[in-house]
Design a protein. Structure first.
Length: 348
């Protein structure tokens, strides 16, 4: 890894935190092997400091990719500063499973722009001044579209839920830039970053408690109330249980209701105002995991993949897959293996 010169990347008045430091790049990309090395290095840095991503660096970039991350511990929290040039990243089920899934991040964009994809139809462009939150247990895509500087406070999820249990009840976390109190929260975090080198452990822990209280004051008015919150909380619990138990062939409305200690009627009722039933939720989640594995030539045969993710009949799986995606499982597998063969021929 080579050093990133960050002097020109930091806007006026921005004070980076001290502490642990990671650096990648800073020079021409060179050959394909060198680009692959940098890509792997940046993936390692993101996994160590934020959450894991599959990274894609620009194909042609005369200056080469460069990124630096600095992390400082603040009690049980981490304050993380990141400066980087453009890249794209995808956080899907293939890279999940690390400790980052137990984290919630408060992200403040200081310079540049980043596009965030939370689904095929939901995306946001975050520019300087944007403040938002992310949940490490959720899939997301990102694309840094111009040189980018951000500051993130990373909290253990259980700590946030202890301060505000309603955080656990929502499916998507809010954007905060226009919320009353957000400017105070941001100013406090930035002042805290400047003071961190001189804080002892007890003072740093107290400061972390203040951050949590400010965050609760900013976010809680945006969270759903009463009956709506309870219904959303139960739906969120059901979805989490489904994601964690897709390999169980017995997974279905009855087993989910038992696991969540609710009646079958109650479980069905909370999904009445959504666009899917409980059974459809399970089927779509299984099909999505199958599609991911089908696109990976080394993930096994079509039948093995179907059985792996809870389908007990290969024919039923094939029909359900085609109804959902408009193509047969073998078409996805053929496209994946065709790309591998094409790559092999090019290599020769």
């Amino acid at each position: 890894m080579t050093a990133l010169s960050s002097d020109e990347s930091m806007p006026a008045g921005y004070e980076p935190s001290t502490g642990e430091r990671w650096q990648v790049g800073g020079g021409p990309q060179g050959n394909a092997d060198r680009q692959a090395d940098r890509q792997a290095e940046w993936e390692d840095v993101l996994a160590a400091t934020h959450v894991a991503f599959d990274v894609r660096l620009p194909d042609s970039d005369a200056g080469g990719f460069a990124g630096t991350v600095q992390r400082h511990r603040l009690g049980a929290l981490h304050l993380v500063d990141c400066v980087c040039t453009p890249f794209a990243g995808q956080r899907s089920t293939s890279v999940m499973g690390g400790t980052g899934e137990d984290s919630i991040g408060l992200q403040m964009v200081i310079r540049g722009a980043e596009r965030v994809f939370r689904s095929r139809t939901q995306q946001h462009v975050l520019e300087a001044g944007a403040v938002g939150m992310w949940d490490g247990s959720r899939a997301v895509g990102v694309e840094v579209v111009e040189p980018f500087t951000k500051r993130t406070l990373i909290f253990p999820k259980e700590m946030v839920h202890a301060v505000s249990p309603r955080f656990a009840d929502v499916e998507s976390l809010p954007w905060l830039a226009e919320r009353p109190g957000t400017r105070l929260l941001v100013r406090y975090v930035n002042a805290l970053a400047a003071e961190l080198p001189g804080l002892d452990e007890r003072t740093a822990t107290a400061a972390a408690d203040v951050v949590l209280e400010l965050l609760r004051a900013v976010v809680e008015p945006e969270l759903p109330q009463a009956r709506t919150a309870r219904r959303e909380a139960l739906r969120a619990r059901a979805r989490r249980y489904v994601r964690a138990n897709l390999t169980d062939q017995a997974l279905g409305p009855e087993s989910i209701a038992r696991a969540l200690s609710v009646s079958l009627r109650t479980l069905h009722a909370v999904f009445e105002d959504t666009d899917e039933s409980v059974a459809a939720l399970v089927r779509r989640a299984r099909l999505a995991r199958c599609r991911e594995d089908l696109a990976e030539p080394t993930a096994g045969s079509i039948t093995e993949i179907a059985f792996r993710w809870g389908f007990s009949d290969a024919t039923h799986f094939s029909h359900a897959f085609k109804r959902e995606y408009g193509m047969a499982p073998r078409d996805v597998r053929r496209a994946a293996t065709g790309g591998v063969r094409a790559t092999a021929r090019i290599g020769k």
